[in-house]
Design a protein around this ligand. Structure first.
Ligand SMILES: *Cc1c(COP(=O)(O)O)cnc(C)c1O
Length: 421
């Protein structure tokens, strides 16, 4: 579906609140209704009454969401999918048999799984590099390499990629640059403005922004801080400017049918309207926590692109809005694996859970959770040691989060008998 983004000349917040949110022409409803109908009446054979025929092909709520994302990513087109993973799958499936893709080594685990275990079954080969800027030129196979796949910041070590540099190398060889922008969200980084051809998101994370369902008892009290936290929306989106990509991916969106429900589009669109406020609050919290961690004798190192100690801080300053670091950070704790595990069991506000980007703060140990499927050797090569803790900072009070983190470090250090009290 071709999207006609509106509010283009407005600032981000105005676009977030108003793009793709037309008032209802008949009722005046300020927020669009949820169009749950899967099919739409036709006045004659092949003559739909309005713009819609069948919800897999297009739906009003999906169109509204896509319009809003296109406006926030400075794109002409956006297409929503059933998950971030299916967005990746559809882009890879758009390539002809025999295609080759170059990817950064520390991509999201699910992308790595698709690249290594599924893409090969439809004749697409993916090669990985830990040093994209240096290796890309010699890794490109003329005529065969179609895509470069980048995540910046990387997960969970928060390494950055200079998008302009990579885009220049890729495009000089006719290769398209895809950027998974999940970690930054469109508020902090707009990859298309730095030369990327396609930007993708797991909408599940920052864009929707509300990941946790907490069980309540009959008196409304929290019954359990259960570890099986789930997202209230799983969804993905791709945005781009090129009409050929639009034609190909729109065709596959309908042909493969990995589309989100109207209800999920509506929920994700509601979440998106506060993205700027949530990103600002998460960045403020992550920055304060990163500095507090750096000052702790029990922390080996902190990885956060929003502060001066990050080795690629200059890239963050160029690529991120106001040099903001976003809500994600990771750090290595003295006392090894045991200390990292104990830390995550001793936080009171940070919940031990996978996922990220929600209003609530989460912590995890990548080596034992999100990145457990990767061999120790390969993990450590990209900096994912057993003592590495990843934090997704939410929008709670800064001081409460700092106290929580420092308290959990103290407990972890005491329980393992390592480190300095
Ligand atoms: C979660 C995630 C994905 C996959 O998205 P789903 O919506 O869970 O399928 C892709 N990339 C990154 C960076 C992610 O964090």
């Amino acid at each position: 579906m071709t999207v006609y983004p509106d509010h283009r000349s407005s600032g981000f917040a105005t676009r977030a609140v108003h793009s793709g949110s037309p008032h209802d022409k008949t009722t005046g409803a300020v927020i669009p209704a949820i169009s749950l109908s899967t099919t739409f009446a036709q006045s004659g054979v092949g003559k739909p009454v309005g713009a819609y025929e069948y919800t897999r092909s297009a739906n009003p709520n999906r169109d509204n969401f896509e319009t809003a994302i296109a406006a926030l990513e400075n794109a002409k087109y956006a297409l929503a999918f059933a998950s971030g993973s299916s967005t990746t799958a559809v882009i890879l499936q758009s390539l002809p048999i025999g295609s080759h893709v170059v990817s950064v080594a520390d991509v999201y685990g699910g992308s790595h799984r698709y690249f290594t275990k599924v893409a090969n079954t439809h004749g697409v080969e993916v090669s990985f590099t830990t040093c994209l800027e240096e290796d890309l030129e010699k890794m490109i196979r003329p005529g065969k390499t179609k895509l470069v796949w980048v995540e910046t910041p990387s997960n969970p070590t928060l390494g950055l990629v200079d998008l302009r540099k990579v885009a220049t190398i890729a495009q000089s060889q006719g290769v398209s640059l895809v950027v998974d922008n999940t970690f930054c969200s469109p508020y902090i980084q707009n990859p298309l403005s730095h030369g990327a051809d396609i930007v993708v998101h797991s909408v599940t994370k920052y864009i929707n922004g509300h990941s946790v369902s907490v069980e309540l008892d009959l008196n409304g009290r929290e019954m359990s801080v259960n570890l099986n936290y789930w997202q209230d929306v799983i969804m993905g989106v791709a945005a781009f400017n090129c009409p050929q990509w639009n034609e190909r991916l729109t065709f596959l969106q309908n042909a493969i049918g990995a589309v989100p429900s109207a209800f999920d589009c509506w929920l994700a669109h509601r979440g998106l309207k506060t993205l700027h406020l949530r990103s600002q609050a998460a960045t403020k919290n992550a920055t304060a926590i990163a500095l507090a961690l750096e000052a702790s004798d029990n922390v080996i190192c902190v990885r956060y692109p929003g502060i001066g100690s990050h080795p690629q801080r200059d890239i963050a300053v160029r690529q991120h809005r106001d040099g903001m670091g976003g809500g994600m950070l990771s750090f290595r704790l003295k006392g090894g694996r045991e200390a990292a595990h104990a830390f995550c069991q001793n936080t009171k506000i940070f919940t031990l859970a996978e996922s990220l980007g929600g209003i609530e703060s989460l912590c995890e140990v990548p080596a034992g959770m999100t990145h457990a499927g990767i061999s120790k050797e390969e993990r450590e090569e990209s900096g994912v040691y057993d003592d590495l803790v990843r934090l997704s900072c939410g929008i709670e009070d800064t001081q409460d989060l700092i106290i929580d983190v420092l308290h959990a470090i103290k407990k972890a250090v005491m329980s393992t008998g390592n480190g300095i009290l």
